[in-house]
Design a protein around this ligand. Structure first.
Ligand SMILES: [Zn+2]
Length: 151
Protein backbone atom coordinates (compact mmCIF):
# COMPACT_ATOMS: atom_id res chain seq x y z
CA UNK A 1 0.00 0.00 0.00
CA UNK A 2 1.36 3.44 -0.89
CA UNK A 3 1.61 6.04 1.82
CA UNK A 4 -0.65 9.01 1.12
CA UNK A 5 0.71 12.30 2.43
CA UNK A 6 -1.97 14.44 4.10
CA UNK A 7 -2.03 18.00 2.91
CA UNK A 8 -4.73 19.43 5.16
CA UNK A 9 -6.40 18.50 8.43
CA UNK A 10 -8.21 19.99 11.36
CA UNK A 11 -7.13 19.41 14.88
CA UNK A 12 -9.61 17.25 16.74
CA UNK A 13 -10.30 18.30 20.31
CA UNK A 14 -11.50 15.15 22.00
CA UNK A 15 -15.22 15.21 22.73
CA UNK A 16 -15.61 18.85 21.78
CA UNK A 17 -16.31 18.41 18.10
CA UNK A 18 -20.04 17.90 18.54
CA UNK A 19 -20.38 20.55 21.25
CA UNK A 20 -18.50 23.07 19.12
CA UNK A 21 -20.73 22.28 16.17
CA UNK A 22 -23.83 22.52 18.35
CA UNK A 23 -22.81 25.86 19.86
CA UNK A 24 -22.10 27.23 16.38
CA UNK A 25 -25.37 25.84 15.09
CA UNK A 26 -27.41 27.24 17.99
CA UNK A 27 -25.75 30.65 17.83
CA UNK A 28 -28.41 33.31 17.31
CA UNK A 29 -31.21 30.78 17.63
CA UNK A 30 -33.90 30.92 20.26
CA UNK A 31 -33.05 27.64 22.01
CA UNK A 32 -35.32 25.68 24.33
CA UNK A 33 -37.78 27.45 26.63
CA UNK A 34 -40.78 26.41 28.74
CA UNK A 35 -43.23 26.58 25.84
CA UNK A 36 -41.06 24.33 23.65
CA UNK A 37 -40.50 21.99 26.58
CA UNK A 38 -44.24 21.50 27.13
CA UNK A 39 -44.85 21.16 23.40
CA UNK A 40 -42.36 18.32 23.47
CA UNK A 41 -44.15 16.76 26.47
CA UNK A 42 -47.42 17.15 24.51
CA UNK A 43 -45.78 15.29 21.63
CA UNK A 44 -44.82 12.40 23.94
CA UNK A 45 -48.31 12.26 25.49
CA UNK A 46 -50.09 12.34 22.11
CA UNK A 47 -47.71 9.71 20.80
CA UNK A 48 -48.41 7.51 23.82
CA UNK A 49 -52.20 7.92 23.54
CA UNK A 50 -51.98 7.25 19.80
CA UNK A 51 -50.20 3.96 20.39
CA UNK A 52 -53.34 2.69 22.17
CA UNK A 53 -55.63 3.74 19.30
CA UNK A 54 -56.48 2.09 16.03
CA UNK A 55 -57.46 3.22 12.54
CA UNK A 56 -58.41 6.87 12.01
CA UNK A 57 -57.91 7.82 15.68
CA UNK A 58 -54.34 6.50 15.54
CA UNK A 59 -53.64 8.57 12.43
CA UNK A 60 -55.11 11.72 14.02
CA UNK A 61 -53.03 11.31 17.19
CA UNK A 62 -49.90 10.62 15.13
CA UNK A 63 -50.55 13.77 13.10
CA UNK A 64 -51.14 15.92 16.20
CA UNK A 65 -48.04 14.46 17.86
CA UNK A 66 -45.87 15.28 14.86
CA UNK A 67 -47.37 18.77 14.67
CA UNK A 68 -46.45 19.38 18.33
CA UNK A 69 -42.93 18.03 17.76
CA UNK A 70 -42.36 20.09 14.62
CA UNK A 71 -43.65 23.24 16.32
CA UNK A 72 -41.44 22.59 19.35
CA UNK A 73 -38.33 22.11 17.17
CA UNK A 74 -39.25 25.08 14.98
CA UNK A 75 -39.36 27.30 18.09
CA UNK A 76 -36.02 25.97 19.42
CA UNK A 77 -34.20 26.54 16.12
CA UNK A 78 -35.97 29.78 15.24
CA UNK A 79 -33.81 32.86 14.69
CA UNK A 80 -36.66 35.22 15.53
CA UNK A 81 -35.79 35.47 19.20
CA UNK A 82 -38.14 38.30 20.05
CA UNK A 83 -41.20 36.65 18.56
CA UNK A 84 -40.43 33.35 20.31
CA UNK A 85 -39.74 35.16 23.59
CA UNK A 86 -43.12 36.93 23.38
CA UNK A 87 -44.84 33.59 22.68
CA UNK A 88 -43.18 32.04 25.71
CA UNK A 89 -44.27 34.97 27.90
CA UNK A 90 -47.86 34.49 26.69
CA UNK A 91 -47.60 30.79 27.42
CA UNK A 92 -46.27 31.44 30.93
CA UNK A 93 -49.02 33.99 31.62
CA UNK A 94 -51.72 31.60 30.38
CA UNK A 95 -50.45 28.69 32.47
CA UNK A 96 -49.65 30.72 35.59
CA UNK A 97 -52.75 29.66 37.59
CA UNK A 98 -51.92 26.02 36.86
CA UNK A 99 -48.22 26.31 37.72
CA UNK A 100 -49.09 28.19 40.91
CA UNK A 101 -51.50 25.40 41.86
CA UNK A 102 -48.81 22.77 41.17
CA UNK A 103 -46.33 24.70 43.35
CA UNK A 104 -48.95 24.86 46.10
CA UNK A 105 -49.60 21.11 45.95
CA UNK A 106 -45.84 20.46 46.08
CA UNK A 107 -45.58 22.63 49.18
CA UNK A 108 -48.53 20.88 50.79
CA UNK A 109 -47.07 17.47 50.05
CA UNK A 110 -43.61 18.30 51.43
CA UNK A 111 -45.05 19.80 54.63
CA UNK A 112 -47.83 17.25 55.12
CA UNK A 113 -46.27 15.95 58.33
CA UNK A 114 -46.03 19.42 59.87
CA UNK A 115 -49.28 21.01 58.80
CA UNK A 116 -52.92 20.15 58.44
CA UNK A 117 -54.86 21.82 55.65
CA UNK A 118 -58.50 22.73 56.10
CA UNK A 119 -60.95 24.29 53.72
CA UNK A 120 -63.11 27.02 55.20
CA UNK A 121 -66.72 25.72 54.93
CA UNK A 122 -68.01 29.23 54.28
CA UNK A 123 -65.64 30.88 51.77
CA UNK A 124 -63.58 27.88 50.58
CA UNK A 125 -60.19 29.37 51.52
CA UNK A 126 -57.46 26.84 52.31
CA UNK A 127 -56.16 27.25 55.84
CA UNK A 128 -52.98 25.81 57.26
CA UNK A 129 -52.77 24.64 60.86
CA UNK A 130 -49.80 22.99 62.63
CA UNK A 131 -50.41 19.33 63.34
CA UNK A 132 -50.83 17.81 66.79
CA UNK A 133 -52.88 20.60 68.34
CA UNK A 134 -55.91 18.40 69.09
CA UNK A 135 -59.40 19.81 68.78
CA UNK A 136 -59.14 23.47 67.86
CA UNK A 137 -61.41 26.32 67.00
CA UNK A 138 -60.37 27.84 63.68
CA UNK A 139 -61.24 31.38 62.73
CA UNK A 140 -61.00 31.93 58.99
CA UNK A 141 -58.82 35.03 58.39
CA UNK A 142 -60.63 35.68 55.12
CA UNK A 143 -64.30 35.66 56.15
CA UNK A 144 -64.01 35.47 59.98
CA UNK A 145 -66.12 32.30 60.01
CA UNK A 146 -65.39 30.04 63.01
CA UNK A 147 -65.41 26.25 62.91
CA UNK A 148 -64.06 23.37 64.98
CA UNK A 149 -61.56 20.81 63.61
CA UNK A 150 -59.09 18.27 64.87
CA UNK A 151 -55.50 19.09 63.90
ZN1 LIG B 1 -63.62 31.64 55.28
Amino acid sequence: MPIVPLTGWIRCRKGNVFMNWLLKFMYGRHGPDQFSFWLFILFLVLDLIGSFQAGAAKAIFALLAIAALVYSLFRIFSRQNEKRWAENQKFLAATQPLSRWVQQQKGRWSSRKIYHYFRCPKCGATLRVPRGRGKICIKCPVCQHEFIKKA
